[in-house]
Ligand binder design. Structure first.
Ligand SMILES: Cc1cc2nc3c(=O)[nH]c(=O)nc-3n(C[C@H](O)[C@H](O)[C@H](O)COP(=O)(O)O)c2cc1C
Length: 171
């Protein structure tokens, strides 16, 4: 819970390089995510190249952090691996959250940049990476050492919890 509590979206990064073992640890965390029927429909493209990151940062109106993060990982779903139809985005979500948490555990900052389900962002990235038809861009995760320290944002809200029936609050 400490890691979950301390995770924040980081959009400003130091230029320091991210160690290869950290990148691979974050990818391993992604692949330990639960997946519908264990179909594991994910693919990851790790990008350090500055020109390519600059291009990725133009995928959408809120994608700018990709230009400045030392590493950006594009998470994609492979619909050809689906044994449980239409679940690839759900599986990729679980993988993406695992990446953010593992980055936090390794003292790295990270932010999830939304791609799916925005068609124009998906098309832009598909074209940029020349992806085959069955590979769908899902999200970008920026990773690097944080150059900002935002205060904790999450909180427990009991008003969002029903007990036994919708709308039934704890006595
Ligand atoms: C599906 C999804 C898409 C997001 N897309 C973006 C994005 O495009 N750009 C960005 O800067 N942050 C993006 N975020 C990060 C959210 O803005 C952030 O998680 C939210 O404001 C809560 O702040 P926190 O992560 O620091 O707790 C996204 C988060 C999720 C879950």
């Amino acid at each position: 819970m400490d890691i979950i509590r301390s995770r924040r979206s980081i959009r400003r990064f130091l230029p320091d390089e991210v160690k290869q073992e950290d990148i691979e640890g974050i990818l391993e965390a992604a692949m330990f995510a639960p997946s519908a029927g264990n179909q594991r429909p994910w693919e990851f493209i790790v990008v350090k190249n500055e020109t390519r990151r600059e291009q990725m940062s133009k995928a959408g109106p809120y994608s700018r952090p990709a230009a400045k993060a030392p590493v950006v990982i594009l998470i994609c779903g492979d619909s050809s691996r689906e044994t449980h139809k239409n679940y690839w985005p759900v599986d990729c979500s679980a993988a993406t959250e695992n990446m953010l948490l593992e980055a936090t555990a390794r003292n790295l900052g990270s932010v999830w940049l939304g791609v799916y389900p925005r068609q124009e962002r998906m098309e832009y990235l598909s074209h940029l990476f020349q992806l085959p038809e069955h590979i769908h861009p899902f999200a970008m995760v920026c990773i690097g050492y944080a150059n900002e320290k935002p205060a904790a944002r999450g909180f427990y809200d009991p008003s969002r919890v029903s007990w036994e029936e919708f709308g039934k609050k704890k006595a």
